[in-house]
Write a protein of this length. Sequence first.
Length: 96
Amino acid sequence: IMNMALPPTINLAGELLIMTSMFNWSPMTIILTGIGTLLTATYSLYMFLMTQRGKLPTHMTQITPTHTREHLLMTLHILPMALLLMKPELTMGPMA
């Protein structure tokens, strides 16, 4: 989930900072960034529709019970993400 540029994530902040600096560097990059963003969104939507439509196979509808190890792994991945979201200065530096 942290790899996607969703609103509370660090990737969104990084992409916005990169786009802002590119626009300040050269106004022509607005066109290139816009086309790249449009193509990426179109491809992501296409892939989502192609993989998520239709009837689910039986191996996906029968979910096995989770185990403590899986809970620990999820916690160890989500906890640092949540802590970084609460204090973005740790990764972005002072935003004066």
